[in-house]
Design a protein around this ligand. Structure first.
Ligand code: NDP
Length: 274
């Protein structure tokens, strides 16, 4: 039996183990996905164990997606462009970093039933989109949105981190713009919550009038307050964090196992229908 780990903090609430373990069982694979609560000062030692033990790889989540880059042996081109790794594949003692968050984000948007405005099925082009957060997930979303021809605003609790994101991500000469926290302002055409706000019952975009698209990355068993408000607001399309979770997980599964992920089995392991 080989293991796959989820490395982050906090990870106790994570829905990933049930999805991946259902997928392994469905395909008769003798693997096990386990959450490993990992503080900052334990990250290097945890990666050393990945090199030594019988481990296929790992997911990396909050707060390690950026800091893990310097501890890996190789980084896939897209993960390097994003500046964040959420998936590690072990090849013997070598650890290779990938990013499947961008794929998951794009897929979650492309599979929304409401409308498509571009040939590739991505629903936004030439729109102004506000991302709350400047961590690994925000980086993946910002790159995806810029690549699809949109303008991106970034607001973060720590503005210096938002500035660093804006300096390091660029598509055809366009970069994200750093803006103040959006209290009481018009947010643009769409908003993305790429912070954990919502996990503890808070509302990420409190006092903000909701635009026509609301994307909340927080993947929780219960809908977040933001998702609930957006669903109760007329003419707002909501993309729930579970949708991105499903698609990024499927891509990670394929990187570890080399076989197509049983998407419907993974979807059925989620706590709510999406
Ligand atoms: P990171 O640790 O890389 O970044 C965390 C971000 O959240 C930073 O911008 C941080 O701000 C901000 N933040 C943390 N706590 C607070 C707070 N109390 N108030 C305001 N801002 C806060 O994490 P990730 O980018 O990996 O994850 C961000 C969120 O996105 C998580 O909730 C995660 O679960 C979710 N996510 C969901 C995915 C899905 O598939 N649905 C995939 C990836 C992420 P600062 O810089 O100021 O510390």
């Amino acid at each position: 039996m080989a293991q796959v780990w989820l490395i982050g903090r906090p990870v106790a609430h994570s829905l990933s183990p049930s999805m991946h373990n259902a997928a392994f069982a469905k395909l008769g694979l003798p693997h096990r996905y386990e959450a490993k609560e990992t503080a900052d000062d334990q990250l290097a030692a945890t990666l050393d164990r990945l090199r030594r033990d019988d481990i296929l790889g790992a997911n990396v989540t909050i707060p390690h997606k950026e800091s893990v880059l310097r501890l890996l042996d190789e980084i896939d081109d897209e993960a390097r462009r994003i500046g964040a790794v959420n998936t590690i594949v072990s090849r013997g003692a070598r650890l290779i970093g990938y990013n499947t968050d961008k794929y998951g984000f794009e897929k979650a948007l492309e599979t929304q039933p409401r409308r498509t405005s571009s040939a590739d099925g991505f629903p936004f082009t030439n729109e102004r989109i506000l991302i709350l957060g400047a961590g690994g997930a925000a980086r993946a979303c910002a790159l995806a949105l810029l690549e699809h021809g949109n303008d991106v605003d970034i607001a973060n609790r720590d503005p210096a981190r938002a500035e660093a994101l804006a300096r390091s991500i660029e598509v055809d000469g366009r970069r994200p713009q750093v803006v103040p926290w959006p209290r009481g302002r018009e947010p643009g055409d769409a908003i993305v919550n790429a912070t954990p706000l919502g996990l503890g019952g808070e509302e990420a975009f409190e006092d903000v009038q909701l635009p026509k698209w609301v994307i909340d990355l927080v993947p929780t068993a219960e809908e977040t307050p933001l998702v609930k408000r957006a669903k109760a607001t007329e003419n707002v399309t909501v993309v729930d964090g579970l949708s991105m979770l499903l698609h990024q997980a499927a891509r990670s599964f394929e990187l570890w196992t080399g076989v197509p992920a049983p998407l419907e089995t993974m979807r059925a392991a989620l706590p709510r229908p999406i």
